[in-house]
Each structure stands twice: as structure tokens, then as C-alpha cells.
Design a protein around this ligand. Structure first.
Ligand code: ZN
Length: 66
């Protein structure tokens, strides 16, 4: 099956029998990211988690009284 990366519009061809192809077919919203974009996002997410930890901790302990 042919899939299009949602971020850079690159068309990739997936093996119909591959896990990823099956997973994409079973989902109503087909969101596919090519490897490059996936890695880019993964790195961003990791960075965000690292910096976001502090904020999450603060907002939990101090409730909404800012
Ligand atoms: Zn991409």
C-alpha cells in the first residue's frame, strides 16, 4: 500500500503484510510519518518531555493558584 507522510508529503510504499500497514488500515485516521519525520518528532518530544517535567510538577503541586 502507498502511504503519504503527513508532514512532508513524501510517498512511501509499505508491504501490505507489514505490521505498520495493517495498523494504518485499521485506523479511521491514517496518519503516517516517514522515518525522517518520525525521528525528528521523536527527538522534539523527548526534548519537550525533558523540559516539561518541571512545569507539570509545578502545576500539580500548586493547583491553579498562580
Ligand atoms: Zn516525512
Amino acid at each position: 500500500m502507498r502511504v503519504k507522510c503527513v508532514l512532508c508529503d513524501q510517498i512511501d510504499v509499505l508491504d501490505d503484510e507489514s505490521l505498520l500497514a495493517k495498523r494504518l488500515r485499521n485506523r479511521p485516521i491514517h496518519t503516517y510519518m516517514c522515518e525522517k519525520c518520525y525521528e525528528r518528532i521523536a527527538e522534539k518530544t523527548k526534548a519537550r518531555l525533558a523540559t516539561g517535567k518541571f512545569r507539570v510538577y509545578r502545576s500539580k503541586t500548586s493547583h491553579d493558584e498562580w
